[in-house]
Ligand binder design. Structure first.
Ligand code: ZN
Ligand code: ZN
Length: 140
């Protein structure tokens, strides 16, 4: 396709608790995307001292993206994971049904989808092009 993929991420308005870091004021990100005529196709975050996986909170964030764009991806960077430093994930159809009906907040367990599929999986169909232009908007 040859299309650049700028990634915007606000660093201002981040709330840090001991184990949770949550992005706030995400409307600023969407304002930048709108101003650049871009459309979000996913999100990225870091597990600084954990492995690459999606937490229950990540599931809910991912669900909010997949409601808008079914093909949306969630990238988890895990720089200290010696087995793999990142994962690119998407909820399964069964996973989306579980998340749609889940009222919980914070870290919690999810039941398995009734169709036997996992809640989420690797996006094996994502091609990584290291030649794309990266533009960062630092809103601090
Ligand atoms: Zn996470
Ligand atoms: Zn849940």
């Amino acid at each position: 396709m040859g299309t650049a993929l700028p990634i915007s991420r606000t660093l201002r308005g981040i709330f840090n608790a001991r184990f949770i870091c949550q992005a706030l004021q995400e409307e600023e990100i969407f304002a930048i995307l709108h101003g650049q005529s871009l459309f979000p196709i996913g999100w990225i975050h870091t597990h600084p001292s954990q492995t690459y996986f999606m937490s229950s909170i990540d599931f809910h964030t991912q669900y909010s993206y997949q409601v808008m764009v079914p093909e949306a991806i969630g990238i988890v960077m895990a720089p200290t994971d010696t087995s793999r430093s990142y994962g690119i994930f998407r909820l399964s159809d069964g996973g989306k049904k579980i998340l749609k009906d889940c009222p919980e907040k914070g870290f919690h367990l999810h039941k398995e989808p009734v169709d036997g599929s996992p809640l989420y999986g690797d996006c094996s169909n994502v091609y990584i092009n290291s030649c794309l232009r990266l533009e960062i908007f630092d809103l601090r």
